[in-house]
Design a protein around this ligand. Sequence first.
Ligand SMILES: Cc1cc2nc3c(=O)[nH]c(=O)nc-3n(C[C@H](O)[C@H](O)[C@H](O)COP(=O)(O)OP(=O)(O)OC[C@H]3O[C@@H](n4cnc5c(N)ncnc54)[C@H](O)[C@@H]3O)c2cc1C
Length: 506
Amino acid sequence: MTQTPASGSPSGSQGRKAIVIGAGFGGLALAIRLQSAGISTTVLEARDKPGGRAYYWQKDGFTFDAGPTVITDPNCLSELWRLTGHDMAQDVTLEPVSPFYRLNWSDGTNFDYSNDEASLRQEIAKLDAGDLAGYERFLDYSAAVYREGYEKLGHVAFLDFASMIKAAPALAQHQAWRSVHSMVSSYVKNEKLLQALSFHTLLVGGNPMTTSAIYALIHKLEKDGGVWFARGGTNRLVAAMVAQFERIGGTLRLGDPVEKIETIGDKATAVITKSGWRGEADAVASNADLMHSYRDLLGAHPRGIRQADKLSRKRWSPSLFVLHFGIKGTWPGIPHHMILFGPRYEGLLTDIYQHGLLSADFSLYLHHPTVTDPSMAPEGCSTFYALAPVPHMGKLPIDWEAEGPRYAERILDEIERRLIPDIRSRIVTQFHYAPPDFASDLAAHMGSAFSLEPLLTQSAWFRAHNRDDVIPNLYLVGAGTHPGAGIPGVVGSAKATARLMMEDLG
Ligand SMILES: Cc1cc2nc3c(=O)[nH]c(=O)nc-3n(C[C@H](O)[C@H](O)[C@H](O)COP(=O)(O)OP(=O)(O)OC[C@H]3O[C@@H](n4cnc5c(N)ncnc54)[C@H](O)[C@@H]3O)c2cc1C
């Protein structure tokens, strides 16, 4: 199929060159948009595989996705193919996941969370029928903030304070200064339902107790768009994006980290990689960690030093501890996504976000892809990961080499107690990913898993701008920019950044 520039893209951008640093979801989505518009685009990735947080490993016949597993709003992804008249389905198959999540508490209560109206109401009634009416009102609230915060503002750049002022009436109307937890608790009273309707901010690095109520939109996002799984794992979705990018003429260079963004005056002119490769471009966009981009890549320019100093005073989202294990046996009774809540909710979150403590208790997200796609493990075996939010290395500077194996054992104890009694005798392969791994593999500041914390005071105009304020042909894309972390977030940021770049290069 021949490549056609995206409709409405300025034809003047033809013949222009762009470089994107980093092949995360945001970097790849931006690169596809630029290349679709006729801008000759090269993506430079430090690691041996693309995907960033969505890296993957194959060990002993098991496939382990490193990061995102809950795919929402598939439309924001398929749009990247439609730009050039292609179909995402030719490169990857998305399958619906149901229930979306099973939420489980240590007293044995289960809550199956889905977008099937009747069964969701049944689940709510099981917890407390008195909360059904409140849930309906919460759903209306979630739908309203979804329209405002995601549909209208989720993929536009906030470059000046005026854009923030324009959004202010909507933010005020939806009481954006309140937290998701506070807002949900104004609608429902049951403690477990409160947790079920507020935990989602953790998926984008936010504490439900402090993240703006606007993030309640995730409920509506999942309800309308569903929860999906890429057959073969999220890594297949990444591979599909690369296939689309290369099909339309883009270039991806792997295993060669960018070391410097060169500037002349206040203009970015080229980038240099570790191997000595040098590429000139009309525009440079960084999908790498914000602090790394400014402090390390732009460190020779006063702007880099000033921004790094500012960023060091921001609040960064926590890190994660992820235990991957491949085991003998299959578990049709364990759904694809489970949340195993611990005995404390608010107290645990305060320990992670404020006190920087590795608490004795934890809440886990359990990923079980082989229940949907058995091909991700050898026959008769299962692939899992268990993830626990932990403080970032700035708040908890411990020796993870020593703590990691102990923490892994505690997680296995919990899974043994709650789900798989003989788990230890079944383990074929096991490894973990801890905060220092985020720092070393992804250049993530303090090992943060989701970049800047999604607080109202660090959102929209208050977040890193999609175009740098001083160097007008330097752009940012990904979790550190508006609207923030999560696949729909970073793909939305790519749309905002691409629009700016196309206008500027046109
Ligand atoms: C364990 C985990 C589970 C998650 N689960 C979900 C989920 O279920 N659903 C969801 O929607 N979101 C989830 N998220 C969040 C989501 O994965 C991220 O917000 C998103 O993938 C980040 O994308 P990004 O574009 O910001 O880039 P990143 O993934 O951060 O990629 C940045 C890339 O830049 C590269 N890079 C860095 N420095 C350089 C350099 N100097 N030169 C070249 N390249 C460089 C890195 O190697 C990396 O590949 C999860 C995150 C984690 C960590």
